[in-house]
Write a protein that binds this ligand. Sequence first.
Ligand code: SF4
Length: 204
Amino acid sequence: MIRNRSTCAITNESGKPEMNDKPSLLLHVCCAPCSPYVVETLRKDYSVTLYFYNPNIHPEEEYLKRLEELRRWAENIGAPLIEGKYEAPKWFEAVKGLEKEPERGARCEVCFELRLSEAARTAKSLGIGVYGTVLTVSPHKDAVAINRIGEKVSDESGVKFFVADWKKKEGFKKTTALGKNLGFYRQNYCGCVFSRRDQAPDEL
Ligand code: SF4
């Protein structure tokens, strides 16, 4: 077994994520507090590899804070974690002209697609046939839009998308309670500088 330091994934000799008898799933994760309920549920049926690709998060200090919390937790639960690149300029370029959009608007759709495309690309490169995201656990997120984009990316990449609205069946309440017990840091804005402007203006 090789512990790949650059990606933090547990890999086998061929460099692919280690398999057990469950099918593999790459789970895009936006932050630790949104994740416990989703990961706990998926792990019943899948061998889950966490994937952190969130170039939307601003500033970098906040990005590192969220990533560090996820690293700590992934290690505690023995979940492989792949860290994507922090491609903030790419994100800003993608959402150009959409700066004034509110959360749940057109900017968010571009943001979802960028992150989910990278998740599907990574899953494919690792030979993982299914990918998903924790994003729909948030009551602020439009699950219909996320699932639509996830399936579009799936059609383009050939990697199956795990369709879900994780906030259903009190998913948000459950994941929040689990995160609270684990003492997670929970941010007070979605992630990008524009959500910070709208949701946490005192921090600017
Ligand atoms: S509000 Fe959240 S989902 Fe929307 S663009 Fe900003 S970071 Fe992305």
